[in-house]
Design a binder for this molecule. Structure first.
Ligand code: ACO
Ligand code: ZN
Length: 263
């Protein structure tokens, strides 16, 4: 995998041309030979946490929740790996206050990491996601959208609205904007009768200012008597959804999500 940015792996790993990682425990090695020796002994076949979601249909994906405090080394290794693809994040070693949600593809061999997001156990700012990554070979297949949707499903279970930690990268920005727009348009499309921005926020767990910004881009927001209002016809919604619907969306079967909020 080609990498994008600097990541503070300890000496001497940070100056190597190539790093070898165990895909299960994320330990890193300077030589292929050492990795192979490790792999012969490493019996981990999934992230070291609880499987909280398993899809019943293809693609055969699963999500694990890993506690940064209980599995510190794994989470630090994950942060070092993800920093290779993020230029503005600074969390590498202080992983205790975070939970990590690891998305995997499942097959006969085990659970192969595809991407993840992290979430503060307790966020005063109301963040429901700190960092998100889809590993480059898996990008642009809908996994990022799945992870974002998953973060909002967790917020719904907490009966809270949420928003991602800022700043967003360019790729984070396009992915979120697309998610917000589609979620709101789908709700407007299926709902009969009036819906305020607050109603939409309550149903989607998306913060009202994110809804406003996403709809502004589509030119669907008007400012009236000091308030933002959605101004749209059913035909315009259909047109927007037709453009967005060209891609198949990987949905979440909420009945298969087994999770209780962190206390
Ligand atoms: N160019 C244009 N659009 C893109 C691109 C791209 N390179 N990548 C994704 N998108 C769009 C997709 O078209 C899609 O929109 P659509 O459904 O309307 O077509 C939407 O973004 C989501 O696409 P996915 O395939 O679901 O996303 P992906 O699995 O590629 O993951 C992610 C997106 C996580 C942002 C990925 O690009 C990534 O890991 N980037 C590097 C790390 C990063 O920047 N993370 C976000 C930092 S911000 C934060 O962590 C809070
Ligand atoms: Zn290992």
């Amino acid at each position: 995998m080609d990498t994008w940015y600097y990541s503070p792996y300890p000496e001497p790993y940070n100056s190597l041309e190539k790093l070898y990682l165990c895909e299960y425990c994320l330990k890193y090695f300077g030589k292929k030979k050492t990795l192979l020796r490790h792999s012969a002994k490493c019996d981990l076949r999934h992230p070291p946490g609880d499987e909280i979601y398993r899809a019943a249909t293809s693609p055969t994906i699963a999500v694990f929740e890993v506690d940064g405090k209980r599995n510190k080394v794994y989470c630090q290794s994950l942060c070092l790996l993800s920093k290779l693809f993020l230029d503005h994040k600074t969390l590498y070693y202080d992983v205790d206050p975070f939970l990590f949600y690891i998305l995997c593809e499942r097959d006969q061999q085990g659970y192969h990491i595809v991407g993840y997001f992290s979430k503060e156990k307790c966020s005063v700012e109301g963040y429901n996601l700190a960092c998100i990554l889809t590993l480059p070979p898996y990008q642009r297949k809908g996994y990022g959208r799945f992870l974002i949707a998953f973060s909002y499903e967790l917020s719904k279970k907490e009966c809270k609205v949420g928003t991602p930690e800022r700043p967003l990268s360019d790729l984070g920005q396009v992915s979120y904007r697309s998610y917000w727009q589609r979620s709101v348009l789908e709700l407007l499309y299926t709902h009969r009768g009036q819906l305020s921005i607050k109603d939409i926020s309550d149903r989607t767990a998306i913060r009202t200012d994110d809804i406003v910004r996403a709809l502004e881009v589509l030119n669907l927001i008007k400012y009236w008597k000091g308030d933002h209002i959605i101004s749209v016809t059913q035909r315009v919604i259909e047109e927007h959804l037709r453009i967005l619907d060209k891609k198949k969306v990987m949905g979440i079967d909420v009945s298969r999500l087994h999770w209780t909020p962190y206390v």
